[in-house]
Design a protein around this ligand. Structure first.
Ligand code: MSP
Length: 522
């Protein structure tokens, strides 16, 4: 693989980040980190979507200017991603000057091409969706089905984008690239939506929506927020209709664009049409993840069940975000909905990370110190009975990531941990030591530790801090590329001293966890 460019949706900044936003960023970060283990040229873009009527209204309600409001809230997103170790390469804000300039040029190019034209229009606008809805999109009571609010009647002369011109090409692309939309079961939904598409309004009258990017040469109009927002994926890396940067030429098209299922239409229809109009290559995959519910209930401000990701870290007194990253990344099969619950979080993380994985390393290293003073003798290194299983798991994990099956890949890793635990139980190195079978005992411990090096590499995208602690105790180079894993990296010689053996992850204390249950949402 020559390069790997991945993006997330850019979040609206009308509030603080919640666990649903965090789910997407963690999922993308895990995918990104996995591909850094396979490829040298990787790039991860995320950011915030800051224009539009919704931000205009919310900032006014808060008595501050839209820009001040965006500055304050964009920082909350950056802080949250830092706390979660989301290692993005770039954070774009749609209020960045460079982005605004290039969006104006993109719009101009499409006007010049004849793909954007002016037209008087009357429609129903939902500010929650930042989109016009048709009568048939609404509930029986005339509400937006996602936001349960009555859309506003808007009568304006707007610019329109000739979406219909690209309809057949989009249908053809989706049909001839069955892996373009991931998971593929969502492709039919999109094909159905495509049946009824019409040209879309791509500007708003300035007197109704002032917080946006003005149309170049027509100050009475601002560019529609979705055209502005979608363009971020190319403006951020240096696209320019007058000549793009080298970086853009290297990175575009994106390998995978990660978004939630609710905004798939914008990404698999509108975005493709814009790219086609700009004569740019299309992204390789759009990954539409499912939604996260809280205790099986849709998260909403009115229900008071909105969970803050940093709130969870604080409530459970977590010094590293790894447990939450692991839990969220494993929350749902690819593209399906998932759920967050304090109880389940505590149980899964304790079982997988502390009891199974952490404990396995800890007790194996402790036995190596107890029976061999922490040394690996050359005669221990020959057999490597678990090697085949470990290398098979590397292959399986890579295969799952090729399909962005992050939960499924995680299960394979935990399966390898379980197999290794069973190997320890079956071979009982403590009995071998008691019986004086020291070579066999040393072999068993070494076999386990070889597998632990592989596990540290595989778990790294999910739990970077735990993986680093594991690798350190094993004197293993965590920068090893997945293709170079041999399950033979341990060398004969002194491996570890007693004082350097530290649990890589402690069980979440039940008392603290109970306190967490009461506070995670606050
Ligand atoms: N600003 C647009 C995206 C523009 S992308 C060019 C937007 N913003 S959002 O803040 O509403 O949502 C950002 C992302 O978070 C979306 O991909 C959305 O699906 C995701 N999620 C928001 N709530 C979610 C859950 N409860 N669960 C999982 N993801 C959710 O849409």
């Amino acid at each position: 693989m020559e390069k790997f460019y991945t993006t997330t949706a850019i979040d609206y900044v009308n509030g603080a980040p919640h666990i649903g936003h965090a789910y997407e960023k963690i999922l993308t970060d895990v995918i990104y980190r996995h591909f850094t283990q396979r490829c040298d040229n990787t790039y991860f873009l995320t950011g915030t979507d800051e224009h539009g009527i919704k931000i205009q209204k919310t900032s006014a309600q808060n008595g501050v200017s839209p820009k001040e409001f965006c500055d304050m809230n964009a920082q909350k997103f950056k802080d949250a991603w830092k706390a979660l170790d989301v290692e993005y390469s770039q954070f774009i804000r749609t209020t960045d000057e460079q982005h605004e300039k290039v969006v104006q040029k993109i719009f101009k190019k499409l006007v010049e091409k004849g793909d954007i034209y002016k037209h008087a229009y009357e429609g129903l606008y939902c500010s929650g969706c930042e989109a016009f809805l048709s009568e048939k999109d609404l509930t029986e009571d005339g509400l937006c089905p996602d936001h349960l609010k009555k859309p506003e009647v808007v009568k304006e002369e707007n610019y329109f984008f000739k979406l219909t011109k690209y309809k057949d090409a989009i249908i053809k692309h989706i049909k001839t690239h069955p892996d373009f939309i991931v998971p593929s079961f969502r492709a039919n939904e999109v094909l159905n939506q495509l049946e009824n598409i019409e040209d879309i309004s791509v500007s708003r009258v300035n007197s109704n929506v002032s917080w946006g990017i003005p149309v170049l040469g027509d100050d009475s109009q601002v560019i529609y927020v979705w055209i502005d927002a979608l363009s971020n994926y190319i403006t951020a890396i240096g696209y320019d209709p007058d000549g793009s940067s080298e970086k853009f030429e290297k990175l575009w098209p994106a390998n995978v664009q990660v978004i939630g299922k609710d905004i798939l239409k914008f990404h698999s229809i509108y975005w493709l049409a814009i790219l086609m109009a700009l004569e740019l290559p299309l992204p390789e995959h759009i990954l539409a993840h499912g939604w996260i519910t809280i205790d099986q209930t849709k998260m909403s401000k009115s229900l008071g069940n909105v969970i803050s990701p940093t709130g969870v870290l604080e409530a459970f007194n977590l010094e590293i975000p790894d447990p939450l990253r692991y839990y969220m990344a494993a929350a749902a099969p690819c593209g399906k909905d998932g759920n967050y619950s304090d109880e389940d979080f505590k149980e899964k993380v304790n079982a997988h990370l502390a009891n199974s994985m952490g404990n396995l390393l800890n007790r194996t290293l402790s036995m190596l110190v107890k029976y061999f003073g922490g040394d690996i003798k050359p005669e221990f290194l020959g057999k490597n009975e678990l090697k085949e299983k470990a290398l098979e798991t590397v292959k399986a994990v890579k295969h799952h990531f090729d399909y962005f099956e992050v939960q499924e890949a995680g299960q394979k890793i935990i399966e390898l941990v379980d197999i290794t635990n069973k190997y320890v139980t079956d071979n009982a190195p403590w009995t071998l030591a008691k019986e004086g079978q020291m070579d066999k005992c040393g072999e068993v411990l070494t076999n386990v530790l070889q597998v632990m090096t592989v596990i540290s590499s595989l778990i790294y995208p999910y739990c970077p801090n735990i993986a680093k602690a594991m690798a350190e105790q094993l004197s293993y180079d965590l920068n090893t590329k997945l293709d170079d894993i041999t399950c033979e990296s341990l060398q004969a010689g002194h491996l570890i001293d007693k004082q350097n053996i530290k649990p890589v992850f402690l069980r979440m204390d039940s008392e603290l966890a109970d306190k967490g249950a009461a506070h995670a949402g606050k």
